[in-house]
Ligand binder design. Structure first.
Ligand SMILES: [Zn+2]
Length: 114
């Protein structure tokens, strides 16, 4: 809404966005470590992107420890991201604890526009 995403509370029957006919968009959040920046972050993924990751990882029981490579396809700034999953994985004992984006999203959704 107003150019920003909001949580859909349709299941509680009180979603302002749905009531106003706003488009519903499904997104997934993947806890990741950015190799270049050496920082933890959340990747916001479309359903198509997540499906591709699942397709690429069909023999794995978990995505934890997986190495996802994101690159830009041709088409410059409007190009799409191409997602790839490397064959090698990282020893999960060396990874930080699993994190969920709930708190961060609540902050973003609750933040007043400056
Ligand atoms: Zn909604």
């Amino acid at each position: 809404m107003n150019g920003r995403s909001q949580q859909c509370s349709k299941s509680r029957g009180d979603c302002e966005g749905c009531a106003n006919g706003k488009d519903e968009k499904w997104t997934a959040y993947l806890h990741a470590i950015c190799w270049e920046a050496n920082a933890e972050l959340f990747l916001e993924l479309t359903d198509a992107c997540l499906k591709q990751i699942f397709t690429l990882s069909n023999k794995r029981s978990t995505l934890r420890g997986s190495i996802v490579k994101l690159s830009k396809s041709k088409g410059g700034i409007r190009g799409r991201y191409v997602v790839d999953l490397l064959d090698r994985t990282i020893d999960t004992d060396t990874l930080p604890e699993v994190r969920f984006p709930d708190e961060l999203l609540k902050k973003l959704w609750g933040a007043k526009r400056a």
